[in-house]
Design a protein around this ligand. Sequence first.
Ligand SMILES: NC(=O)c1ccc[n+]([C@@H]2O[C@H](COP(=O)([O-])OP(=O)(O)OC[C@H]3O[C@@H](n4cnc5c(N)ncnc54)[C@H](O)[C@@H]3O)[C@@H](O)[C@H]2O)c1
Ligand SMILES: O=c1ccn([C@@H]2O[C@H](COP(=O)(O)OP(=O)(O)O[C@H]3O[C@H](CO)[C@@H](O)[C@H](O)[C@H]3O)[C@@H](O)[C@H]2O)c(=O)[nH]1
Length: 465
Amino acid sequence: MKLTVIGTGYVGAVHAACMAEIGHTVLGVDINPDRVDLLNRAKAPMHEPGLDELLTRTVASGRLRFTTSLAQAARFAGLHFICVGTPQQPDSPAADVRYVDAAVEGMAPDLRPGSLVVGKSTVPVGTAARLAARLRQVAPQAEIAWNPEFLREGSAVRDTLWPERLVVGVSSARAEAVLRDVYAPMLRGGVPFFCTDPSTAELVKVAANSFLATKISFINAMAEVCDAAGADVTTLAQAIGEDSRIGHPFLQPGLGFGGSCFPKDIRAFAARAEELGAGKAVAFLHEVDEINTRQRRRTVDLARALVGGSFADRNVGVLGAAFKPDSDDVRDSPALAVADAVRAEGAEVRVHDPAALDNAQAAFPELKYTSVVPEACDGADLVLHLTPWREYAEIDPALLARVVRRPLLVDARNTLDVQAWQQAGWCVRALGRPGLNGAHRHATGTGPYDGLIGVSLESDPCMSS
Ligand SMILES: NC(=O)c1ccc[n+]([C@@H]2O[C@H](COP(=O)([O-])OP(=O)(O)OC[C@H]3O[C@@H](n4cnc5c(N)ncnc54)[C@H](O)[C@@H]3O)[C@@H](O)[C@H]2O)c1
Ligand SMILES: O=c1ccn([C@@H]2O[C@H](COP(=O)(O)OP(=O)(O)O[C@H]3O[C@H](CO)[C@@H](O)[C@H](O)[C@H]3O)[C@@H](O)[C@H]2O)c(=O)[nH]1
């Protein structure tokens, strides 16, 4: 089948390549000529595991190419996937749908009769209905459907080729048949296929993201209670996650969620529900957002306390800039928010990341960057572990202890082997784990470590702070 993909960012580039991989003939479109040029040379415009290989194969096969011309795209095929961005509006929590509108308007005059325009972008419920009304005026024989995207950055290729479910919101049997045809290889593999109306499809997407964001903020709220109660949130998370009704995924406590989806999607959903008169139903999302933002502030507070109450003249080594591992995306990155807050309080901050340095440098030019972990930590008074890249879990803490000035670590993602770091002489702190290294004892003098016999305070790295 011939189809186009409008917008070739994190979603569109992967969707275009995967559609070509399963046998379709695909024209990708972007208004960014540099991106189009890169893609035509089979180069991924972002770090996404497996994408370069897929592009190399599919561009060479002749089934995939890219253009900047929407008119050419409109004439190329009768099926179009819209994958343009829907960021938060600059001065409001609502979604900015101007790029979706521009893509549809831009194609409308040249659409073939009977064309199906399928939105994949995450939009406020009602967008498909609004666009359908607009198309009735400017391209009466074209039809709109919605097919929200659930891929995760870092595993986008796998998530697209082997999705956990497909959701399509259609207004006709013909649109359903076209989409079943497009996804035939996945359907043959048994993937659940939900065919519904466009509004329900739009809502499935924001409901899923809201649920996942809520799960993360729930466990981070428990971390706050653990801090107050002298308990350990990582054990709590493991124990409640064993309950099959709760489950382990998205229960990892720490610095909280960032990226281009969860933060803006829960805000946009709350704003849209408000417009619809259902604001109260999702008012809890404001609290989910607030808990999440608080984790960033609490991480800075924890770090400041560890270096003695002030960042002035401290050297801080930061591990991680991307909003999550296996991605170079720094949009609303919790890691960079914390790194920059620490810098703003007077620290000299050097950031390491395996893939996101260019994007980080463009977003936060005042931070210093390096592609070598020991360089980031050289002479550091404190190391902050902010993005859980696998390679950070493989660091030898004894070797790193030799390059720092003081072996103080905040594990803001709870993915390091804390015992190994402690055995190598590090003082480790983490939100929701007040018992680490006697943190509670030093912080309040009334904690579970009180009266502990045999602890040598001189050799305790936490005491040197
Ligand atoms: N990033 C994710 O993990 C993810 C996952 C699922 C859904 N989504 C949703 O998918 C959408 C796209 O997200 P993204 O992260 O890929 O965005 P992105 O910013 O990475 O990419 C958007 C692309 O669209 C292009 N574009 C803008 N206007 C255009 C136009 N009129 N014609 C052609 N191209 C145009 C931009 O140049 C850019 O390359 C958003 O609605 C997002 O919420 C994102
Ligand atoms: O237990 C967890 C899981 C994730 N995170 C953080 O949550 C954020 C989002 O992670 P993830 O969901 O893996 O990445 P995204 O690529 O943003 O994917 C989400 O957002 C996409 C865009 O809407 C959806 O398509 C995906 O289904 C949805 O998982 C990251 O900052 C993670 O560090 C946690 O703090 N704790």
